[in-house]
Structures are given as structure tokens and as C-alpha cells.
Design a protein around this ligand. Structure first.
Ligand code: ARG
Ligand code: ZN
Length: 473
């Protein structure tokens, strides 16, 4: 499939003023009547991504999130407590977390009550004492309320999306902040523990391995552990009435499938193929990057997309095989190897789409060349050519056909230019070199050139950055 899975300007001034203040002695700053704390500097309100200027935050890195949630499916009320283990990357007088909606009742930094205020999607925290650079610290945030999804620039809903029996929880690109306070940009990856309590009879499914499950007084608590680093947008805590299936694959991967009974019949034949799809992708891309796997098949007809939530994609309805292949490929491309900027989204979607083409080619369907030709035949006025895959221009275009289909076409052109042997070596090398980390388009181009010994500037320029329909296919 070639479309999404459908079945601070203000800041600069503040920073500049505080940069000045940081260089003058405390007493002088106080004399100047500084509104901000006199010592230290404030962390930036965003990670610096022009598509989502307020996503993520500057000045610290989160190594671990401990999220304790209780969701009442009837009233749709969420009680949350988040414990973040962080490290200051600069001296910090103050820092932001991303949190949209919900009521915050308390914040501590290293067990001492901290000042906090809300400003749009920023939760601004002022610790009692400034934190020195490189210091490890612990933040706790207590909060509650009725989570509401955010509306993305493309009009889709993102975040905690209530359903008739729980919630479909998917945060790409900016929805993590609708249900937990986060440094919510893929640049910051962390391990997670989730403790989620829901009414007995409902199941709460998060990422990673199920550590335990316990029922008392009409409530069931699920404990999940995501060991490998994960971007906040890939976290889930999907709640529903699910049929659960658990097993371990021959490769030792722990599989947990949760399926809404209304989607059980349609999804069964596809879910059965998950181990073989993961094994097939492991041959193409290298070892599967996580110890856990699985699927969450919800019945959420209003959502309109699936998401590659780490280790366990979430589907709004029974997926077809190409959607399963797509979300599985994202485990390597997007989840294990993450973006540093949303502009590079083709590194996720182009790769996952090309995995679908390859699956079809190797399983009795259309060849990749035929899929390419079919797309290339579209007239220059077609939406496929509306903007370049490597430069979608804004958050509105992240999940458009040019990113998915033309991104995959760029990979197909690369494959033709370097030959199969080199091409699959490049995919392996990319997944291995950036495993559990990050990668940029420039790094991918360099790696492809190194592995193939070819100059590929022209090719990538044409397929990723040229406006309109490329001529020389
Ligand atoms: N990454 C998802 C996929 O292609 C699509 C997510 C779309 N999200 C959104 N808010 N529209 O598998
Ligand atoms: Zn995708």
C-alpha cells in the first residue's frame, strides 16, 4: 500500500536573555530584576524540529520512564504518575516536559517539591535548586483527567483515542503528550516500565514484555517492560476487551497478541503469519531488534491508521498482510533506527513500504519493478509527485503518498543502481550500524556510497529532493 495504513521564534528571545544572564553573577542578575531563576539556564521548550517546534525539550535526556496509570473505561478518567530518570545536558534552572491537557497535581525533582506551571503543551518545571550539567535526577509528575487526542496538521487524531471499550493509544507524531509527560521527540529514546490498572475484564497492552498481571477488587493491573530504547511516540497503553494469545517463537521472541473479538475472525490468518514475516524480515534486514513482539488489533473504526508501536504494532482493525509486513518492517526502520528530525520521515515510511513490495515479489505477487512501473506511469499532475519524499515541507505532509510511495521508489532506484547484493548489504548495514539509535538521510546516503563504492548524489537528489515527477526513470 502506498498511503498511510488506512484500511520557536518566541524561544529565541528567551534563550538569548538567559544566555546573557548566565554569564553575569547571581547578584547582578537579581538586581536586573530577572524573572527567571538567577542561576543556571532554562532548557529549551522544543527539540528544535521545525515541523513540531514544541515537541521534545532541551537541556536533558530521559533514560527511563516509569508510568503508573489507572484508566476507568466507563468515565474515561485517567490517573497517572510518571517517574522520569533524567540527565542534565546543560546547567538547568528550569526545564519543560510536553503534556497536553490533564491536570497536574504535583511535581518533584529528586523528591523535593518543584515549582510548575502550564503553558500550552509545555509543563514548565522549576526545581528548588538549579541542576548542574551531567547531573542525574529524577522527576515525578502526578496528574489526572480525561485524556483527549490531539489533531495533527493532516487532520488525523493522535494520542489517547477513546473507543467503545477502552482506548486506542498511538502517538505519532505528537500524541504521547496526551497521556504522559515526556521529552516527546524521537531524538530522545528511553526504556519504559508501565503499570496499568483497568476494570476487570479489560486488558491494557503496552510495549515489550508482560512482567505480571494481577486482579483484585474488580481491577486488573498489567505490568509491561520495554527494555530497548524507545521514542515516546511509539509507546502505547491500548485498553480494550481483548482475546489474548501468547507464545515464544523459535528465535526466542516473546509474542503477545491482543485482539478485539470483533476483529478476531478477519485477523486470525494474518496474525498467524507474524513469526514467518519476522523471520523473513530478519533475513533481509538483520536480527529482529527487540525481545518482544506481537500485535494489538483493536476495533477503532474512526482512527483510520495503524502504528508501529514498538515491539507490538497497534491496528485500528484487522490488518491485511501488507499492513502487517509494513508495521513489522518499521521495527527495524523507525523504531530501532529512529529519526532525528521529522523531515527524514521517508527513512521510516519509504523503507516500510519497500518491504511490502519485496514481500509481494517474493511471495507470488507483483514484482517490485512492476509496482514501481505502475506508480511511475502516473501523470505529472498526480498527488504522488506533489512534493519530494526527502523534503515534505511540513508536518501536514508526513504521511502522504510522496513519502511512502516515492520514498520506496527511491530505494528501488538505489537497488537498480548498486545491484541486489550491495542493496541488501546496505539495508543490513544500516539496521546494524544505527541499531537502538538514530539515523539521518545524509548518513544513509554516505553509508550507501561506502557499501557500494558508487557516487549516489545524483540518484538521491533526483528521487528524494527534486520537485515534481523525476524524468530519468
Ligand atoms: N507510521 C504509521 C504507518 O504508516 C502512520 C501513522 C499515521 N499517523 C497519523 N497521525 N496520521 O504505519
Ligand atoms: Zn508506516
Amino acid at each position: 500500500m502506498t498511503t498511510p495504513r488506512r484500511q520557536a521564534v518566541r524561544r529565541t528571545a528567551v534563550l538569548r536573555r538567559e544566555a546573557v544572564l548566565a554569564t553575569v553573577p547571581v547578584a547582578v542578575a537579581a538586581l536586573l530584576g530577572a524573572a527567571a531563576p538567577a542561576a543556571g539556564t532554562a532548557g529549551a521548550a522544543g527539540a528544535g524540529d521545525p515541523y513540531f517546534p514544541l515537541s521534545g525539550n532541551g537541556g536533558y535526556h530521559v533514560s527511563h520512564y516509569g508510568l503508573t496509570l489507572r484508566y476507568d473505561t466507563a468515565s474515561r478518567h485517567l490517573d497517572g504518575s510518571a517517574v522520569l530518570t533524567a540527565r542534565a545536558t546543560q546547567r538547568l534552572s528550569r526545564f519543560d516536559l510536553d503534556l497536553n491537557g490533564l491536570k497536574v497535581t504535583g511535581v518533584t525533582v529528586d523528591r523535593t517539591a518543584a515549582g510548575f506551571r502550564r503553558s500550552g503543551q509545555e509543563l514548565v518545571v522549576t526545581p528548588r535548586h538549579a541542576l548542574r550539567k551531567d547531573r542525574n535526577f529524577r522527576i515525578t509528575v502526578s496528574y489526572h483527567g480525561t485524556p483527549k487526542p490531539v489533531t495533527d496538521p493532516d487532520g488525523s487524531a493522535d494520542g489517547w483515542i477513546p473507543t467503545d471499550d477502552g482506548a486506542f493509544v498511538a502517538g505519532e507524531p505528537q500524541g504521547a503528550m496526551t497521556w504522559f509527560p515526556a521529552n516527546s521527540h524521537p531524538r530522545d529514546k528511553s526504556s519504559y516500565d508501565f503499570t496499568i490498572t483497568v476494570p476487570q475484564g479489560r486488558t491494557a497492552v503496552a510495549n515489550g514484555v508482560l512482567r505480571g498481571q494481577h486482579t483484585a477488587h474488580g481491577l486488573t493491573t498489567f505490568r509491561w517492560h520495554q527494555a530497548e530504547p524507545m521514542a515516546a511516540y511509539l509507546a502505547t497503553a491500548t485498553v480494550g476487551t481483548f482475546k489474548v494469545q501468547q507464545y515464544t517463537t523459535g528465535d526466542g521472541i516473546r509474542v503477545y497478541n491482543a485482539v478485539d473479538p470483533r476483529e478476531a475472525h478477519a485477523s486470525a490468518p494474518v496474525l498467524k503469519k507474524l513469526p514467518s514475516v519476522l523471520a523473513w524480515e530478519s533475513k533481509l534486514f538483520g536480527p529482529y531488534p527487540f525481545r518482544a513482539a506481537g500485535s494489538i488489533v483493536d476495533h477503532a473504526p474512526d482512527v483510520g491508521y495503524a502504528l508501529e508501536t514498538q515491539s507490538r504494532p497497534v491496528y485500528d482493525s484487522a490488518p491485511d498482510i501488507s499492513t502487517l509486513v509494513h508495521e513489522s518492517a518499521h521495527q527495524w526502520f523507525g523504531d530501532s533506527v529512529s529519526l532525528t528530525a521529522w523531515k527524514d520521515i521517508w527513512l521510516n515510511e519509504g523503507f516500510a513500504t519497500y518491504a511490502e513490495w519485496l514481500y509481494s515479489e517474493q511471495h507470488g505477487g507483483d514484482s517490485t519493478q512492476k509496482t514501481f512501473d505502475h506508480l511511475y506511469a502516473r501523470p505529472a499532475t498526480d498527488g504522488l509527485w506533489a512534493y519530494p519524499a526527502g523534503d515534505p515541507g511540513s508536518g501536514k505532509n508526513l504521511f502522504g503518498t510522496p513519502v511512502y510511495a516515492r520514498g520506496a521508489m527511491a530505494l528501488h532506484e538505489l537497488r537498480k543502481a548498486v545491484g541486489d547484493r550491495n542493496f541488501f548489504r546496505i539495508l543490513h548495514a544500516w539496521a546494524a550500524a544505527h541499531r537502538a539509535g538514530h539515523g539521518t538521510t545524509a548518513q544513509f546516503v554516505r553509508l550507501a556510497e561506502r557499501e557500494s563504492g558508487k557516487n549516489l548524489d545524483g540518484l538521491f537528489h533526483t528521487w528524494l529532493y527534486t520537485k515534481g515527477k523525476p524524468k530519468n526513470a
